[in-house]
Design a protein around this ligand. Sequence first.
Ligand code: GYE
Length: 401
Amino acid sequence: MKRKILSVLLTAAFVAATIAGCGGAAGAAADTAGAAADTAAAAADTAADTAEAAADTAAEAADTAADAAADTAATVEEAAEEVKEAAGGAGGTINVGFAQVGHESDWRTASTKSAQDVFSEANGYNLSFVDCDNDSAQQLEAVRGFIEQGVDYIIIDPIVSTGWDTVLAECADADIPVIVIDRTIDDSDKYVSWVGSDFLTEGKAAGEWLKAYAEKQGIKEINALIIQGTTGSSAQIGRTDGFSEIADREGWTILDKQTGDFTEEGGQQVMESYCKSYEGKFNVVVCENDNEAFGAMTAMDNAGVKYGPGNDVILISYDACTAGLKEVQAGKITADFECNPLAAPTVEGVIQTLQSGGTPEAQILVPDNWYALPDQIVPFAVDGKDQSMVEVTDEVIEAQY
Ligand code: GYE
């Protein structure tokens, strides 16, 4: 810019001098014009310098302003992120506390793995996981620990269905939404949603299937032994009540019911004592989960009791985990009534609904299937609804948890 002004002025001075030089007596005038041109060029130079300096200053000022604006924007963004994180908002890490029942069964292992997979760091979660070792006091303590930690959500798989109202009120006071998974809470409604299976229907399904199967086999009398799950857990209550309802209706005899605490060891112990007390008197054993059934099988093997399709004793189980279905395939468990442990993805859906300000459903049922080998698949209905059974094959076992 400065160079252009200068060259225009020099050209003007040269033209003026040339014109002046044309008249013989006008040399002085030409000199004067040249000097004027020089002065004008110098002035232009100074003006151009000043303009350049001003431009530089303006550019610097603009830079500074832009930097400041960018800094402010970054700070605003960071602050927004912090607010979101504090609120467990979208984009931030969501802190979840999960008070899990324990590690008593294959079912539980699958449930824990599913929750850890879903509530992973990669998925934007920070999971505080507590294995409560089947101890209700420990479970209440775990929930209170989550409140102290200030997690965004608390997931509870309640070991037993009662004794919850006080601690759930504490969660509500701390403004922490609670989601109940698997087993139910029956003495408080201070939670957002429950996601799990219908244990009463599972129990009824086992009963209705037994009725249909016994008819097909020409079995006239049912003398059943029940190995129950953890006393006071909704899974135990639902399965016992559902099966007992059909037993009462059909006039079957339930010889005994004792808890095996949902463990293989517990199932074996109870069955050992049943084998002694009820030797030769029972033709049905109902185990309220697969692990108890594995224990009961050991006890019956040791006592020389033959069970499974085609044998004296019908063995019914719940859960239908991979190891359980293998025992169906091996002709040991006569029928297995599923309880799906993969509820965590649905619980995540509930949390995402809450995150976006929505209202999740209060109850979300995880669907279950009933499994047997072809000869044990018989038509039956639960509460008037026709049920279908799934044939256990290698592929079915492969796809199971
Ligand atoms: O059947 C059993 C367990 O709560 C439904 O708990 C669950 C039960 C499941 O450990 O295996």
